[in-house]
Design a binder for this molecule. Structure first.
Ligand SMILES: Nc1nc2c(c(=O)[nH]1)N[C@H]1C(S)=C(S)[C@@H](COP(=O)(O)O)O[C@H]1N2
Ligand SMILES: [Mo]
Length: 566
């Protein structure tokens, strides 16, 4: 495919050009076009990136199995791989258009126009895009692609000499000019991508708006919904915890006051052990999971959150109205259903927000409104039982995280945080609407993709230290975290090899909604060892040793770590 047919009566002239040159011209023209449209998109708040919207639609329609595969293979780099893949495929198609242009320039032009039209059609599906602004990158992509291609091919083909020869020979000078121009176009394209990255108008607007925000200050307050654990539930759940010898749990779990009140942690609530996760996860290391390719950057001046659907009095709040409402601060550990046993898709933060109950009562949810749907500006949805707002658990419409306005990637300006429910059914970031519907009338984003509709967080524990590998022989700490949000962690046990389960030391509980750090001191003898951990929650249920994958409703099994003591 790379050379013209050479016959003896048509010997190759010097500088004889090949299909490769046309392919290169198409590649360069397309690369330039994509880079220009990306740069322009980044200048305008309501102009979407065409590459990202193509990627976004791809994510939304990709069968769950392919998505799972991508996440498994590429991990949290899956988005970077997707964006890179779209760019590469687009540019290769552009190269093929260059080859087509060799004989049929019009067909290549139609190809570029089709690119622009497709980009526009997908671009306006971006909920933050306006039609007029979307035209800018689309027209720029089609127009600059055609212009660069025509320009490069003129250089390559030189002035038309013999109209009878549709593929005239090229002089070495012409080829040199073509290569130089192509190189220049590539450099310009890279420059555009860099400028675009630096000047993202949308992101800057949201970041600037966030910096202007002053959060209300809140005195630590007890939850109005404080409840007490009952011993009767303990007895009932013991039978379910078959293989686990948890008989002690039934006697040690008394009707203790459930801790829902939170002041900032005291030293007695923080483990002093090297290598254990910090009790409070800093915002910049907090895990991030969402379907958004470009983080939704909300225009705060035009943002509202509305309460709609099966309610008596629908209403909307602007950000200024929202911050005026009575707020509480709560420590709540949130986690992702996709977390594998021992995984790190979990974090604990202090959330500032309005109790969801206050807002739902103000809207006056009707009895049939059994499902609370949380909609995002990026069209992502969650759905959970409305009853969860009223059953005593912490459920917030949050605007603050660890003393700051929500970071943009964690949902600025507002998100939902519900204790005890996995993020995919409860924790809508970039919240735009809370809608009430019948339970059976709506399935949120992940439900048709094979995940459970009801998703309470499972009692789990993780070993943070030692990490797999070698450890020094002798005494050292084994430590980690355990969580059972909305029930509370009562007990953590550690086992090394076939030894007995050893009860771990737990600092005082911060709240039943947060994870608890734990540790034991263990004297490692030389050789290989397997460490396992299990937690028991305040209902008396010990986490199961049965190994199941994250899908459909959360992984189970004991976290184990293999070490060799030397
Ligand atoms: N808008 C939006 N909100 C979302 C998601 C999303 O994809 N889009 N993912 C959810 C999931 S699956 C989880 S686990 C949590 C993660 O919140 P974090 O990124 O702040 O840790 O956000 C939830 N909220
Ligand atoms: Mo998640």
């Amino acid at each position: 495919m790379d050379q013209d047919v050479i016959s003896s009566d048509n010997p190759p002239p010097s500088g004889w050009r090949s299909t490769r040159d046309y392919f290169l011209a198409g590649l360069v023209a397309t690369g330039f076009a994509v880079a220009l449209s990306e740069m322009l998109a980044s200048f305008f708040v309501s102009a979407p990136s065409l590459v990202l919207t193509i990627g976004q639609r791809f994510i939304d329609i990709t069968p769950a199995a392919l998505k799972d595969w991508a996440i498994a293979v590429f991990g949290t780099n899956d988005k970077a791989v997707l964006i890179g893949g779209i760019a590469v495929v687009t540019i290769i198609i552009g190269g093929l258009l260059g080859v087509v242009a060799r004989k049929r320039m019009q067909v290549a032009m139609i190809g570029f126009v089709a690119f622009g039209v497709l980009g526009y059609a997908l671009g306006i599906t971006d909920p933050l895009a306006t039609a007029a602004a979307t035209l800018i990158p689309a027209i720029a992509a089609a127009g600059s692609g055609i212009a660069v291609l025509v320009f490069l091919l003129r250089l390559l083909q030189g002035p038309a000499t013999d109209a009878a020869d549709p593929i005239p020979a090229v002089s070495p000078d012409a080829r040199r000019a073509f290569m130089t121009a192509s190189g220049a176009a590539v450099v310009l394209a890279i420059g555009q991508v860099v400028v675009g990255r630096l000047a993202s108008g949308r992101t800057q607007a949201a970041v600037a708006a966030r910096e202007q925000v002053t959060l209300p200050t809140v005195a630590p307050s007890p939850s109005t919904t404080a409840a007490t654990a009952s011993t009767t539930t303990v007895a009932a759940t013991t039978a379910a915890a078959e293989e686990a010898p948890v008989t002690e749990a039934t006697t040690t779990t008394q009707a203790t006051e459930v801790v829902r009140t939170v002041a900032d942690p005291t030293p007695a609530q923080i483990a002093q052990v090297d290598g254990v996760s910090e009790l409070i996860t800093p915002n910049d290391t907090f895990y991030r999971i969402d379907t958004a390719l470009s983080i939704p950057s909300v225009d705060l001046d035009n943002w509202e959150v509305s309460f709609t659907g099966l309610v008596d009095s629908p209403f909307s709040l602007t950000y200024d109205e929202l911050v005026e409402l009575p707020m509480v601060e709560r420590y709540i550990t949130i986690c992702c259903v996709s977390n594998s046993v021992g995984g790190d898709l979990i974090g604990n933060a202090k959330w500032l927000g309005v109790p969801l109950k206050d807002l739902v009562e103000r809207a006056g949810v009707q009895p049939e409104g059994t499902q609370l749907i949380g909609r995002s500006v990026d069209r992502f949805t969650v759905g959970f039982p409305t009853a969860s707002v009223f059953d005593g658990r912490e459920a917030l419409l949050a605007i603050g995280m660890n003393g700051e306005p929500l970071p943009v990637r964690h949902g600025f300006p507002a998100r939902l945080v519900v204790s005890g429910l996995y993020g995919y059914v409860s924790a809508t970031k970039w919240l735009s609407e809370v809608e009430f519907a019948r339970w059976d009338d709506f399935d949120a984003y992940w439900i048709p993709r094979g995940w459970a509709k009801e998703a309470p967080i499972k009692t789990q524990s993780r070993i943070d230290t030692p990490r797999p590998g070698t450890v020094d022989t002798g005494t050292r700490a084994i430590a980690g975290v355990a969580w059972a949000q909305n029930r509370g962690v009562d007990r953590v046990e550690v086992r090394v090899d076939d030894g007995p389960w050893m009860e771990a030391t737990l600092p005082e509980e911060l709240a039943i909604d947060t994870w608890r750090q734990w540790h034991v001191e263990y004297d490692f003898t030389p050789g290989a060892h397997t460490i396992a951990v299990r937690a028991t929650d305040r209902t008396g249920t010990t986490q199961t040793s049965e190994i199941v994958p994250p899908r459909p409703d959360g992984a189970t099994g004991y976290h184990t770590v293999q070490v060799v003591a030397v």
